[in-house]
Design a protein around this ligand. Structure first.
Ligand SMILES: Nc1ncnc2c1ncn2[C@@H]1O[C@H](COP(=O)(O)OP(=O)(O)OP(=O)(O)O)[C@@H](O)[C@H]1O
Ligand SMILES: [Mg+2]
Length: 335
């Protein structure tokens, strides 16, 4: 895998305190209001160079609002966003030079060929023609996009368009790389290839802000996760520390028969979360056989179509964290 040519820092125009080789990304007490809604509510976080940091959160939590302020597309109501000694809010030119950005909504590349679009993105970011050619070929190879390299943008499928957008964002990565839902519409095999490229960006020294709903896959690619809920940063830590609280427990999942009400849970079950027809609860290992008998009975009675008992996942920890706090997600836990 070829090393990506990194963006050079711009001439320091608006500079704040901090040594020239410090490329830590800092968000301090960031608040963004849309009328009465606090889409970001006093968010403070740090991302070190080489670190992949993953803000997670339900729809409307405020993740895209956070990244849009970083890149100068939205102006904060209050708070600071800095990358090393650069104030990204006061100096949007520095933000554009130092940050690479894959927006959640795909930019149109209709009249460009794939290679052309990626190379152009690299040239606009100031890389030499030679570097950009090599890096583009390497990305097309790593993400297995060879069969579309000469295709026109408007002929591409949604997933391939997304991957081309990803290549355009990282062909010449900045000190901070911001990826807002990079795997939307991407097939499982290429998602895996994409996660490897995300890790490579970290290895190359970029700070990476990775927004994704793909919690289980992200676990392998991120160093730290942050849970954002209703505009606030409510939990932060490594994937394993986020799961630690659930380690002694098992997850019992019932796939309920469509049209059935949530069954009353027994005292041995933890709080339950229902998403669609899926009901997930946590149980102690000692209660495993009781829980299986109960789930089997519900299945015979037609309340559930099937059930599964297994280890807690990061997704469970995340869903429980956010549904507890909002009181939504049918979190009735009728013990
Ligand atoms: N330009 C805007 N004007 C008014 N409200 C907005 C605007 N942009 C976002 N919002 C609101 O701010 C909140 C946060 O939106 P945001 O797009 O940041 O969520 P998100 O976490 O990225 O969600 P998703 O996972 O669905 O992408 C939402 O309630 C949204 O409706
Ligand atoms: Mg979003």
């Amino acid at each position: 895998m070829m090393s990506p040519p990194s963006a050079e820092p711009p001439a320091p125009s608006t500079s704040s305190a901090g040594p020239p080789d410090d490329w830590t990304f800092r968000v301090d007490a960031l608040t963004k209001r849309f009328a009465t809604l606090a889409a970001n509510d006093s968010i403070t976080l740090r991302v070190e160079p080489g670190e992949v940091y993953g803000p997670l959160g339900p729809n409307g939590a405020g993740k895209s609002t956070l990244v849009k302020q970083t890149i100068g597309l939205l102006k904060p109501t209050s708070g600071r966003i800095t990358l090393g000694r650069f104030d990204l809010v006061a100096d949007p030119d520095a933000a554009r030079q130092l940050c690479s950005y894959l927006p959640q909504v795909q930019m149109p590349i209709d009249s460009f060929h794939v290679v052309e679009a990626i190379e152009l993105a690299g040239r606009i970011r100031g890389a030499s023609a030679r570097d950009v050619r090599g890096r583009t070929a390497s990305l097309i190879d790593s993400l297995d996009l060879g069969e579309w390299k000469d295709a026109l943008g408007h002929t591409l499928s949604g997933g391939v368009k997304r991957l081309v957008g990803f290549c355009m964002a990282i062909v010449r990565p900045g000190r901070l790389v911001i990826l807002d839902e990079p795997t939307n519409d991407v097939d499982p095999l290429r998602r895996r290839l994409l996660w490897e490229e995300v890790r490579a960006l970290g290895a190359h020294g970029c700070a990476v802000l990775l927004v994704t709903h793909n919690v289980l896959e992200a676990e392998k690619s991120v160093d730290r996760l942050a849970v954002i809920h209703k505009g606030r940063l409510v939990a932060e830590g490594t994937p394993s520390s986020m799961k630690a609280a659930d380690r002694s427990q098992l997850r019992l999942q019932l796939m309920l028969t469509p049209g059935t009400a949530t069954p009353a849970l027994s005292p041995w079950a933890g709080p339950a979360v229902r998403v669609g027809h899926n009901l997930v609860t946590a149980i102690a290992e000692a209660d495993a056989s009781t829980a299986i008998s109960w789930a089997a009975e519900l299945t015979s009675a037609g309340v559930a179509e099937e059930y599964a008992l297994g280890a807690m996942t990061l997704e469970d920890a995340y869903i429980r964290l956010t549904s507890h706090m909002s009181g939504d997600g049918d979190d009735d836990g009728d013990a």
